[in-house]
Design a protein around this ligand. Structure first.
Ligand code: ATP
Length: 136
């Protein structure tokens, strides 16, 4: 049987590079799944859970912002950050969440607060906490 290749790449490293049976990824339009033989496809990626199954074993990751490209039975996930669920530092993510909430709680007219940046940080932290919680 032909297989599907998955690569998860960050600016730091190749996080995953292996053959898989199915990938489920958090696209900007919602979660999408990819099996062998998928048509070429491009999507933005938002913070959330990415999981893939290979030989009846499912691995869970959190990914942040980036893109997914599917072509020739290869799924390339290019994201700012990706961590395996059991490598997520939950306390760090909780601190990031609190910081982001505090910033977002300020008056929208306050100077020196980048609300878009704080919203992105909040989404990253919330995704990390959710994915870590699933496997613990
Ligand atoms: P923080 O404010 O805690 O740095 P962040 O959302 O700004 O959080 P990112 O910019 O998404 O962090 O990631 C920077 C680097 O730190 C990446 O390599 C990412 O994999 C890693 N990282 C960030 N948060 C965590 C975490 N909670 N657990 C494990 N690795 C993390």
């Amino acid at each position: 049987m032909r297989k599907l290749m998955l690569e998860i790449v960050t600016p730091e490293k190749l996080v995953v590079g292996q053959e898989v049976d199915i990938v489920i990824a958090p696209g900007v339009m919602g979660e999408f799944g990819v099996l062998e033989g998928h048509i070429p496809f491009l999507s933005g990626i938002e913070p959330g859970e990415l999981r893939f199954t290979s030989e009846d074993k499912t691995d869970y990751y959190v990914v942040t912002y980036g893109f997914a490209e599917i072509s020739n039975n290869k799924v390339s996930i290019l994201v700012d950050a990706a961590e395996k669920a059991d490598k997520i530092d939950v306390q760090r993510a909780q601190r990031a969440l609190e910081r982001a909430k505090e910033r977002l709680g300020k008056d929208r007219s306050s100077e020196g607060i980048d609300f878009l940046r704080a919203e992105s940080a909040l989404k990253r932290a919330a995704a990390r906490i959710a994915v870590a919680g699933k496997i613990r």
